[in-house]
Structure formats: C-alpha cells, structure tokens
Design a protein around this ligand. Structure first.
Ligand SMILES: [Zn+2]
Length: 314
C-alpha cells in the first residue's frame, strides 16, 4: 500500500493532511449490478462512512465495526449496487469526522459491471390496476413507514453473515430479481418498473422460513405487499417477505435461520400464491439468490485481508 493512500483530505479543499496508518481501505476491483459491494476499512476513528462516487451517482453508506484481534477497528460498509446503477468506474473513499471536520482517504476504484436482466410483460386486472394507480393515503403512509425502516442503520444489529437458507424450499421460481416489467393496465395503458425481489411460487399454506437470523422489524398487513414481514439481518440489511397467507411472528421478535415466519399466500397485489423475497441493503434491493450460496460477509476472508493491510500499513 502506497503512502499516498493514507493522505487525508480536509473537505472544502483547504488542506491535504497525511495521517499515517489512520485509515486503510480495501475494495474489490469489480462489482456487478445487483450485487453488494463490501468495503473494508481499518481505522482508529470512532465512526466511518464510505462514499462511492461516479459521474452520475454518489452514494454514502455508514460502516459498522466487527470484532477482530487487530489494534485498529475493522469496519465494513455494505453498499447495494442497484440493478439500474450506471456501469463504469467509481471512486471509493472512506470518510470520518474529527473535531467536526470531515476527512477522506485517497480514492480506490471499483468497476461496476453490467448484468443482463430479462424483460417481462405483466397484465393487470381491473382491481389490480386500481390498487396500483388510485391515489391512496394508506398506500403512501405504508411506503413511508417501510422507507423509514430500511433506512435505519443500527451498528449493533449484527445478526447474520450468511449464507442464507432458502425461504421456501422446493418452490417454483416465477420472476427474477431485476426483471424489467411492463405493466399492461386494464385500460391498455402501460407503465414500467423493475422487479426488486425473487418470486417463489408454492401452494397457499406452504411454510415460509426466515432466511437468516435477525430481528423482526415489521409484521403486518400492507395494501400492496399484503401480509408482510421484514427482518433486520445486519446494520442496514433487511429481508422482506411479501404476500403471506398468514404471519407467524411479531415485530420485535428475534428469529433464527429456518424459523417459520408465515405461509405462502396471494395477499396484496399478487396474481397467484407466491413469496416475494427481497433483500435491501439500505434503500437498494439486491439479488437475493447470491446469498443462498455466498455469505453476505465472509469473516475469514475479511480477517485475511485485514492482516495483510495492517502489515502493509506499518
Ligand atoms: Zn415479486
């Protein structure tokens, strides 16, 4: 690691201050649309955020500390790469505040690569069209509540590194994450959207399991997503389970992976019984299938990288 990596830039461009071995950043060279970018920071600072910036987007995410045997704290920032984030090169910097000044590390870079997403046409019946298009204060309120939940970042909420267990084993996959959808309304008009989750069809009443450990932060009936459960798995990482026939958990409850949280149904805006399973990393939905085979955070790998960084930093 070059000394330049430790240069700290005082914001507003007034001063460039090298602070040796104060903050070291590790980022992978590439990440694809729909994946999670994992940035590791070795730092003595009391709080760390990571900024991803490119020509058309700038995303700031708080990092959370994880237990380690190093003298400095190991921080991890998980950044959801949306399926519509423009591809190309982005800068990654860690930032912290000291004496009310913000400091940034020199930039590393990451390439956001393209993922091919399928296109689907979905015909909406008259009642479904109404559900989606008629102004409804309840729908707006529910959407505000959910946004508030998924934008909540509690550094202590470290429950599950994964991999996840399948929430409905044996289910038939009916729609994929990132599907570009053209909704054909009852009156023939078309609107488009991007499918944020993974649809798993199974008969009504099939058990739905928590994919990972976590805390239930929402368990209620909603107008579009029907009977819904949201589980906080990591700081800023949430699992969303929609259209359930019934809910078997309460908000505030702690669940283990594989715990039955409800049953498959077709409540809300659904054309047949299925689970819509979604993983949000902050406000961004990412590809849930990845985490059935790969952990959200591979602690062994992280500590390997961290040991390497701390040796290079000396
Ligand atoms: Zn869905």
């Amino acid at each position: 690691m070059k000394t330049a990596s430790f240069a700290m830039v005082l914001v507003f461009g007034l001063l460039v201050q090298p602070i040796h071995a104060f903050m070291t950043v590790h980022t992978p060279a590439a990440v694809a649309q729909g994946e999670v970018l994992r940035v590791m920071v070795l730092s003595r600072a009391g709080s760390v955020s990571v900024v991803l910036s490119g020509s058309s987007a700038r995303i700031t995410r708080a990092a959370f500390p994880i237990e380690s045997d190093t003298a400095e704290t190991v921080w991890v920032a998980l950044i959801g790469i949306s399926s519509v984030l423009p591809t190309g090169r982005y800068e990654v910097r860690a930032t912290t505040e000291i004496d009310s000044g913000a400091y940034f590390t020199a930039p590393s870079s990451v390439e956001v690569t393209e993922t091919a997403f399928p296109v689907q046409r979905v015909r909406l019946s008259e009642p479904m069209t109404r559900l989606l298009t008629t102004p409804d204060p309840r729908r707006d309120r529910e959407s505000r509540v959910l946004n508030e939940i998924i934008n909540t970042f509690r550094t202590e909420a470290v429950y599950e590194f994964g991999p996840f267990v399948h929430p409905v084993p044996g289910a038939r996959e009916t729609a994929l994450y990132g599907d570009r959808r053209a909704f054909v309304h009852a009156d023939g008009r078309e609107t488009s959207s991007v499918h944020q989750g993974w649809d798993l069809a199974a008969p009504t009443g099939t058990p739905v399991y928590a994919a990972g450990a976590g805390r239930v932060v929402l368990a209620e009936e909603r107008i579009i997503s029907g009977n819904s459960v949201v589980i906080e798995h990591l700081p800023g990482v949430y699992g969303l389970y929609y259209h359930l026939e019934r809910i078997d958990v309460d908000a505030g409850e702690y669940v283990e992976p594989g715990r039955k949280i409800g049953e498959v149904g077709a409540t809300g805006l659904a054309t047949g019984p299925h689970l819509h399973w979604e993983i949000r990393v902050g406000p961004v939905a990412v590809e849930p299938r990845i985490f059935l085979s790969e952990p959200l955070l591979d602690i062994g790998e992280i500590f390997g990288i961290i040991r390497q960084l701390s040796q290079e930093g000396r």
